[in-house]
Design a protein around this ligand. Structure first.
Ligand code: SF4
Length: 480
């Protein structure tokens, strides 16, 4: 782990009262956090702050945190701890912790890291510039600088929704768009319902405006983000009798409707989804995927386990039979769809037979991408009260076996493209091999080939020559 090195800035370089203050955001965790960090940076820009890439130049340093496992939180404490000396030498510095860990731990952060000035939860991110202003205001008014209380903004009633059109888009070719926040399910191992609250879907028209803004700013791919992205719209109001009805429950807007509208956004080349839940796979969604050719032919649809007993203990809300039925529904409409999964190994009570059932399920569904997590208990979850009864060595071994199985499945799925021409959205140059480009196929498989950097941001046709478990390589079909 590389910890931040923050030099003491000379007094002459310290900002005067009237100088613009600068902000540096350090991001941990998932794509949603990356999206949130950009959103927060935009809020600061429109509030009169500057952004800086250099932590040592910043007047405000914010850590956007992850709470998914204990290790992730301890890492944040290490980073924050490394700033203690800088804060002593530069008491004007503002240090803040935001995101999931901030929401979960709240005041505990002030107790463990007394030099932290600000803790901001997941539903108050749009208010961060005001919260930072509040830190400066408290300092200005303080009689005793050693007795200033930290600013805590963890109210869950907020709605993180902002019109970003007044700020420059900074997300690059592959942009992320949070279509919803929170989760209404209660999987027993998961902190998300605690840290991100109940589902809030954003209206389709707002999302189209944000997608248009991203494309105008240079995005060509938009990944739609949600903890259960295909439950999008379930919480939106029912349409009035005089309003058009959508394809969701009781005429509500659904992900299928959103995809059909995004399909029409000019300049947008591809749409990706992160992450789906089997319970919300519907016929309408399968048909929308079939009809929207901008949508990748890849869906992350986490199974978590292949054992019905374990799925019940995890409270996932489906059985393997229901999962199979949803896959059949998808493959009936889109026969070549590829699926990815997350897996938890060593969840409390997982027997050898349970684990073998996961291995068999991975092979049966032929998941092309797999992320494996060794279970670790998290405070605030129901499973925290279960006995963590699978030995670490067993968790590690199961982790390795699932990953090895995943490599074999991925290789098999990838080999079917050998000799085929695939459309590759080119995302970057290879850092190690000059002249080599990297992109992704419509099935979200990494593809590399030789070509000019001018192709970055465009779609190239590539004839696949080789396949590995990690991707495809080939040659460009034409020089046009
Ligand atoms: S579906 Fe389950 S695992 Fe996923 S975010 Fe919701 S509670 Fe967590």
């Amino acid at each position: 782990m590389t910890l931040p090195r923050v030099k003491t800035r000379s007094h002459a370089a310290a900002p005067s009262e009237s100088a613009r203050r600068s902000v540096h955001v350090v991001t941990f965790g998932c794509q949603m956090n990356k999206y949130d960090s950009l959103l927060v940076e935009g809020r600061f820009v429109t509030s009169g702050y500057d952004l800086t890439d250099r932590m040592e130049d910043a007047d405000v340093i914010l850590f956007n945190t992850c709470s998914v496992r204990d290790h992730a939180e301890e890492r944040v404490y290490s980073w924050v701890g490394a700033l203690r000396k800088a804060k002593e030498e530069r008491p004007d510095l503002v240090i803040g912790v935001m995101g999931c860990m901030a929401q979960r731990a709240e005041e505990e952060i002030f107790q463990r890291a007394t030099h932290v000035d600000l803790v901001c939860g997941t539903r108050q991110l749009q208010n961060l510039p005001s919260l930072v202003d509040e830190v400066f205001e408290r300092r200005r008014c303080a009689q005793d600088p050693t007795a200033i209380e930290g600013v805590l903004g963890t109210d869950m009633e907020g709605r993180v929704r902002v019109d970003r059109r007044g700020e420059p888009y900074a997300g690059g070719l592959v942009g992320h768009l949070a279509v919803m926040r929170g989760c209404d399910l209660n999987c027993t191992y998961c902190v998300v319902p605690t840290t991100r609250g109940r589902v809030q879907s954003h209206p389709i028209d707002d999302l189209l405006i944000e997608a248009r803004w991203m494309v105008d700013g240079g995005a060509r791919v938009v990944s739609l983000l949600g903890q259960t992205v295909n439950s999008y719209g379930e919480d939106l109001p029912k349409p009035a009798p005089c309003e058009p009805r959508f394809s969701g429950r009781q005429g509500r807007a659904s992900l299928a409707d959103l995809l059909r509208r995004l399909q029409d956004v000019e300049g947008l080349e591809r749409i990706r989804l992160i992450t789906l839940h089997p319970s919300y796979v519907t016929q309408a969604l399968a048909e929308a995927i079939r009809d929207c050719d901008k949508l990748d032919r890849f869906l992350p649809l986490p199974a978590q386990s292949g054992s019905d007993e374990q799925l019940k203990r995890m409270k996932r809300g489906y059985t393997t039979d229901l999962y199979r039925a949803r896959v059949d529904l998808l493959r009936a409409e889109v026969p070549d769809i590829e699926l990815g999964s997350d897996w938890i190994v060593g969840f409390p009570g997982e027997t050898d037979d349970d684990f073998e059932a996961s291995l068999a399920f991975l092979h049966e569904i032929e998941f092309v991408q797999n992320y494996v997590f060794q279970y670790s208990p998290r405070p605030g979850t129901r499973a925290h009260g279960y006995a963590d009864d699978v030995a670490l060595a067993v968790k590690k071994e199961r982790n390795q076996r699932l990953l090895a199985a995943s490599e074999r499945t991925a290789l098999r799925r990838h080999e079917r493209f050998i000799g085929a021409d695939v459309d590759v959205f080119v995302e970057s140059e290879s850092p190690k091999h000059p002249g080599r480009l990297r992109g992704r196929s419509r099935h979200n498989i990494p593809v590399s080939f030789d070509g000019p950097a001018a192709l970055i941001g465009a779609t190239a046709q590539v004839r696949v020559g080789e396949a590995s478990a990690y991707g495809l390589t080939g040659v460009r079909c034409s020089e046009d």
